[in-house]
Design a protein around this ligand. Structure first.
Ligand SMILES: NC(=O)C1=CN([C@@H]2O[C@H](COP(=O)(O)OP(=O)(O)OC[C@H]3O[C@@H](n4cnc5c(N)ncnc54)[C@H](OP(=O)(O)O)[C@@H]3O)[C@@H](O)[C@H]2O)[C@@H](O)CC1
Ligand SMILES: [K+]
Length: 510
């Protein structure tokens, strides 16, 4: 069975939630491929992964009551045919199985143990085929106890589609889930493979081709993608020989005073390295020397307050403005947001610019409505403050849903940061990042991200694509810099990331 690595090859970045996957399934069946054929291929893909594991001869397959369990029956049959010592245990009764799962069970000739009683210790490996896309509620009772026992068994687990208990749409753990060493999923990955905590439980995710044609995507029109260059590469402002620095935009980064100027320095450096043609730091007099002495490539302008900022921004060549890092919370910052809005200019609002609108997202939405584009980049704390005491974000919703709701409410692109940063656009498109290393969570990293984004927007990249690209570049720069990184290292790591990206984009275009 051929495998395609979801995050490595072109055209594979779409993510399908269980409802969309059901359409893929139905469409394929309607076009003439029987469901049992899909199940046979799914089970065969699982068997292939198990067969490649070292030191495995005794395999215990735990099957659930639906089609995920059906995949388990197929895998068990194939592994037994290949000479593995296979035991199969079912949660529920064999008589209750329906459809393709019942067909697959009918072809399994070995004994069927009761999963509730099954001894998990007598196995080298466990195949988790309990629940997949059909997980409909939190696990409880026997199902919960079994999944907990599997997690405590210490055995390597291969998960079918998803670790049982992980919600494919949200990555939430519904009751419990056992960590897998590998997860075999079908056709496309699901959001739950990328969103936390699900991602941390999947191990290596393999995407098996089970014969669902890519053409089914036309009907599904997926709106969620993994964040990789496939998503935004076509819009990336790769410099051209004919290019001119004015063609690459002019970004403004607004700085706080001398005691908080570091945040704007980091943003400005990110902005320069991201390729903005020109970068101006606008700062109060007290911070002027800090900025003038920091990077020779920067321009520094004196801006003491929102009135000065308005005066500066009369010049239409300023194509993006980064507001927030180190600015302080309050009226003056809110007025600066107003001063920055213009229909030819894109805004990046971060940190204090967002907290200045705590509990007042509607006021923020009204204020930024006149901008060419606006991107907000909150972390979870800033997000919670911004939407506090409003009912715009569904309570207890997952990260994908919350980010989409925020983008819709603000009519702006929202970057909700974290190890699984989600970027959402008001039209419903969303991306989930998976390349941020743990050591990226460091002081000032967010300021650099805001700057990179300002740099891409200055060059005219559309807001959703620019936001996704900035998040990806930020993660890659962190990987390039390696453990021990400080935020200052991130802009300096960008040239190598760009070199590889431009080569890949060039190769793709060619
Ligand atoms: N789509 C495709 O292209 C292909 C899909 N394939 C495979 O099918 C899988 C999806 O199958 P599926 O839809 O039958 O759902 P599945 O995950 O087996 O669970 C449903 C069962 O679990 C039960 N149940 C649910 N929650 C529960 C809970 N908390 N606690 C206890 N019980 C709970 C639920 O019972 P009910 O809610 O009706 O009470 C029902 O009996 C998919 O992940 C993939 O592996 C492949 O064969 C190849 C092609
Ligand atoms: K499973």
């Amino acid at each position: 069975m051929p495998f395609r690595q979801g995050d490595a090859e072109g055209g594979m970045s779409e993510l399908l939630d269980p409802g969309e996957m059901a359409i893929a399934d139905r469409t394929t069946i309607a076009q003439g491929t029987p469901g049992i054929t899909l199940m046979d291929r799914a089970g065969a893909a699982v068997a292939d992964v198990v067969a490649r594991r070292p030191l495995t001869s005794r395999v215990l397959v735990l099957c659930g009551p639906g089609n995920n369990g059906g995949d388990g029956f197929v895998a068990a049959r194939i592994l037994a045919q290949r000479g593995f010592r296979v035991r199969l245990a079912l949660l529920g009764s064999i008589e209750a199985l329906k459809g393709d799962a019942a067909l697959a069970a009918g072809r399994w000739t070995g004994p069927v143990e009761d999963a509730v009683q099954a001894d998990l210790s007598q196995a080298d490996l466990i195949v988790d085929a309990l629940f997949g896309a059909g997980l409909a509620r939190d696990l409880e009772g026997d199902a919960l106890a079994l999944v907990e026992r599997m997690g405590e068994s210490g055995k390597p687990v291969i998960a079918v589609d998803l670790p049982s208990g992980v919600d494919g749409a949200t990555g939430a753990v519904r009751g419990a889930a056992a960590p897998a060493v590998e997860t075999v999923t079908f056709f496309r990955r699901k959001p739950g493979h990328l969103l936390l905590p699900g991602r941390g439980l999947c191990g290596k995710v393999r995407v098996a081709d089970i014969g669902i044609p890519d053409s089914v995507l036309a009907e599904i029109a997926p709106r969620t993608s993994a964040n990789d260059p496939d998503l935004w590469g076509a819009h990336f402002p790769v410099p051209t020989v004919e290019g001119h620095k004015y063609g690459r935009g002019h970004a403004v980064v607004m700085s706080g005073g001398r005691w908080t100027a570091g945040a704007a320095r980091l943003a400005a450096r990110g902005c320069l390295r991201a390729g903005a043609g020109l970068v101006t730091v606008a700062c109060p007099e007290g911070a002027a020397l800090v900025h003038a002495a920091s990077y020779a490539a920067l321009m520094v302008r004196h801006v003491e307050n929102s009135g000065d900022l308005s005066d500066l921004l009369v010049d239409h060549r300023y194509s993006s403005v980064v507001l927030g890092p180190g600015l302080g919370v309050g009226d003056e910052t809110r007025d600066m947001v107003e001063a920055a809005v213009a229909e030819h200019r894109s805004l990046v609002l971060d940190a204090d610019a967002l907290t200045s609108y705590a509990g007042a997202p509607q006021a923020l939405a009204e204020r930024i409505a006149g901008a060419k584009a606006a991107v907000i980049t909150p972390h979870e704390g800033e997000f919670a403050r911004l939407f506090a005491d409003t009912d715009l974000i569904p309570a207890d919703a997952d990260k994908l849903t919350r980010t989409r709701a925020a983008a819709e409410a603000l009519k702006a692109v929202v970057v909700l940061k974290g190890a699984d940063t989600v970027v959402a656009a008001p039209d419903g498109r969303a991306s989930i990042a998976e390349n941020a290393p743990p050591f990226l969570a460091t002081a000032g990293a967010g300021d650099v991200l805001a700057g990179i984004l300002g740099g891409l927007l200055a060059q005219g990249m559309p807001a959703f694509e620019a936001a996704a690209a900035a998040v990806w570049l930020h993660g890659e720069a962190a990987r390039q810099a390696g453990p021990g990184l400080i935020a200052d290292d991130l802009p300096e790591a960008l040239p190598k990331v760009y070199a590889a990206l431009f080569e890949a984009l060039g190769a793709r275009a060619g």
